[in-house]
Unconditional design. Structure first.
Length: 432
């Protein structure tokens, strides 16, 4: 998008307050920006700084160690110029529309003046000067004068060419005096001024109701905003609680993990110490057995038969040693029970987390109602069931489907909750 189109679109959404200098309260002229990001007219900001002993932002009071070098912000300047041009065009257009809607005097020849009154008898609009005979001549005083209008024929009975001075309440239409002597002879008629006053009274009541509805909706907006803020605070508190709960749980798990690992490590070290002691005993026995083996080997080669026979009783049987058959070392710590418990904890946590949407759904379901669709308000292309519980789209051509993308039907049910006592509709979207 080009800068020109950006400015053109921006001028349509920007208001005067957004392009207003906070010092002179006018639309920017040569706008400049301070280091803190606020914008002012260049001459306004310079005069403000010249009149003050401190160089600070007039908006946020941020002080600057030295006066910044001011340069016109060309983008904001272009926006301000575009906005001023748009305002001027709207003003000239409004003035042109006003002049076009102004009813002019039908009698003035050269420069036509604005009409002050229109006469339904003369079928002419008069300025103040040309209206003077109607205020002076007794016969003209009887004429029906009204506020100036452009199309006087709209206020004349087309049948009798007389002013529409009366209102027929039976037919709800304006009539002339002659009409009351013919087609409307037996009807209830009143002067249009009287009927207009009654209509104004009704409009006043309707306006009061509309204003009350506006106030109720404004109040509802405040309630919703307050509810959002309250929910936001509650959510923040609940978030902190959740973080605290899970943090405590994680700390507990981490602490238990550390303790378990410590126990496993200590048991492993104890097993290593036990193994070292057993190995030491085995090595001692091996040393003793090797010594006995050496003695036996030497005796098997000796020629001293007497000596052999004297010591043979003590050497013919193996030396006494420990039975190592069933001696084992184990450092295994069974965590199967712990694994099952942790798995159960994980499953319980997952189930509780899955219940949260169900709790919210149950909270919404308490407002459920049995809706019956109103056939009188249903779209022509909707076919309602006999019980008013279902609605189907009628078979339409391709062109009609393009136009009838949505069809509605009002429901007959009156909701018991104040916030839902309003017209509710069921909307069907074309599928396929």
């Amino acid at each position: 998008m080009s800068p020109v189109s950006v400015m053109a679109s921006s001028s349509s959404v920007l208001c005067e307050d957004q392009l207003q200098c906070s010092i002179c309260l006018e639309v920017f002229t040569d706008p400049v920006s301070t280091p803190c990001g606020h914008n002012f007219c260049m001459i306004c900001l310079r005069e403000f700084w010249d009149s003050s002993s401190h160089c600070q932002c007039p908006m946020c009071k941020t002080e600057f160690p030295k006066r910044p070098d001011l340069r016109v912000n060309t983008f904001i300047s272009a926006l301000a110029a575009s906005f001023k041009k748009s305002v001027q065009e709207k003003s000239s257009s409004a003035a042109e529309k006003l002049s076009q809607s102004l009813v002019l005097c039908d009698i003035c020849c050269e420069k036509k003046l604005a009409a002050l009154k229109s006469c339904l008898i003369c079928m002419t609009s008069y300025c103040k000067t040309h209206l003077e005979p109607h205020e002076r001549v007794s016969s003209l005083k009887k004429h029906k004068l009204m506020e100036p209008v452009e199309n006087l024929e709209d206020y004349i009975c087309q049948k009798h060419e007389r002013p529409l001075e009366l209102f027929c309440r039976d037919d709800q239409t304006c009539v002339c005096q002659f009409c009351t002597e013919g087609d409307h002879k037996t009807h209830s008629t009143v002067p249009i001024e009287e009927e207009a006053e009654e209509k104004k009274t009704e409009l006043g009541k309707t306006r009061a109701e509309v204003q009350q509805m506006i106030q109720e909706r404004l109040k509802k907006i405040e309630e919703l905003k307050h509810s959002v803020e309250l929910n936001k605070k509650n959510t923040e508190k609940e978030k902190l609680d959740v973080v605290e709960i899970f943090s405590a749980l994680m700390r507990c798990i981490e602490r238990s993990q550390a303790e378990l690992l410590k126990v496993m490590e200590e048991k492993q070290k104890a097993a290593e110490r036990q193994a070292e002691e057993l190995i030491k005993e085995l090595e001692q026995e091996i040393t003793e057995l090797k010594r006995r083996n050496t003695e036996l080997e030497q005796l098997s080669h000796t020629e001293d038969h007497l000596h052999l026979l004297q010591i043979s009783p003590s050497l013919c049987s193996p030396p006494h040693t420990q039975d190592w058959t069933d001696v084992t070392i184990t450092s295994h710590l069974s965590v199967e029970t712990l694994r099952r418990n942790l798995s159960q904890l994980q499953q319980t946590l997952s189930e509780e987390m899955e219940k949260l949407p169900e709790i919210k759904l149950k909270r919404i379901q308490q407002y459920a109602v049995d809706v019956t669709l109103d056939p009188d308000s249903a779209h022509p292309h909707l076919i309602l069931s006999d019980d008013g519980k279902q609605a189907d789209m009628a078979t339409l051509g391709t062109a009609a489907l393009v136009v009838e993308q949505r069809a509605c039907a009002m429901c007959r049910h009156v909701f018991p909750w104040p916030r839902m006592r309003r017209c509710c509709s069921a909307r069907l979207a074309a599928q396929g």
